[in-house]
Design a protein around this ligand. Structure first.
Ligand SMILES: O=C(O)CCC(=O)C(=O)O
Length: 267
């Protein structure tokens, strides 16, 4: 299902839009089961795409002693065929195509498990503050696998923030997360029902708070890029999965100037 002109306009103005329900009940139950199985398998391990973002760092000793849990599995699709199939979901890709055209690659996907009672935060950040892709036009679809509420640490977005390139600093959390100053009062809570989704621009400031409630908050994000997007080293990310359309021929993708990581990572 393509986006309407009104949705596209809203996305361009605010940097995100609510998509409503994108996953039907039976499929959702399957995704939840597979999510739980993978997180249970990886519990107590470190690495291979799994980590606790609430730990002080990615070092094994910090990961083991962390008091809170904001658990992440990067590249779920590599671990589970149903998550791989989801990458090619026609309804999701049609919406992405409305924003970035017919040639779409996967940047990566990831699942987030913020458990009841001790779920940790995700610092405010712009995704591309870390990814450093060119052009910075990637979009993400974040799908709720549980009700996502203010109590259990739903996503919060800063409307209009995708129009500004904020300076980031390394977070005191795992080094992969970046921090940016936000006026908290301007944040908009992204409350979703299970199977509902939000779509956001890679420059939209977002994050999430602790989960001290009695309900888990599970979510799954797919990050899409226009075919031919370049990574932080200026090279075209040719080896990423092509989800729809075609890759531009190599001769049509002249080298870009690498993004200066230090500039974006310092305040
Ligand atoms: O699930 C969260 O709380 C954070 C998700 C996030 O940062 C993202 O999908 O880009």
């Amino acid at each position: 299902m393509s986006l309407s002109q009104t949705q596209i306009q809203e996305f361009n103005e605010r940097g995100f839009i609510f998509l409503g329900r994108v996953i039907e009940k039976d499929r959702l139950a399957d995704l939840q089961r597979r999510f739980d199985r993978l997180f249970a398998e990886k519990a107590g391990t470190v690495g291979q795409g799994f980590r606790n973002l609430a730990a002080r760092s990615d070092a094994a000793e910090d990961q083991k002693v962390a008091r809170q849990r904001m658990l992440q599995i990067i590249n779920m699709w590599k671990f589970d065929p149903v998550y791989k199939e989801l990458l090619y979901d026609r309804g999701l890709l049609d919406r992405v195509e409305s924003l970035m055209g017919p040639n779409i690659q996967l940047f990566h996907d990831q699942s987030f498990y913020k458990p009841a009672h001790d779920g940790g935060i995700v610092s405010w950040h712009q995704d591309n503050g870390y990814w450093q892709c060119t052009p910075p036009t990637l979009v993400s679809i974040w799908i709720a696998l549980d009700p996502a509420t203010e109590e259990n640490g739903c996503l919060l977005m800063l409307p209009g923030s995708h129009k500004i390139r904020y300076q980031h600093q390394k977070s005191s959390q795992a080094p992969i997360l970046l921090e940016v100053d936000v006026q908290e009062k301007n944040l908009e809570p992204i409350c979703l029902g299970p199977g509902e989704a939000v779509m956001h621009h890679c420059m939209t400031v977002h994050g999430s708070r602790q989960n001290q409630s009695a309900r888990d908050r599970r979510g799954h994000a797919i990050h899409y890029m226009g075919a031919g997007t370049r990574g932080r080293d200026g090279r075209v990310l040719r080896d990423h999965l092509l989800l729809r359309g075609v890759l531009p021929p190599a001769e049509e993708t002249p080298a870009a100037t690498p993004q200066p990581e230090a500039a974006a990572a310092s305040r």
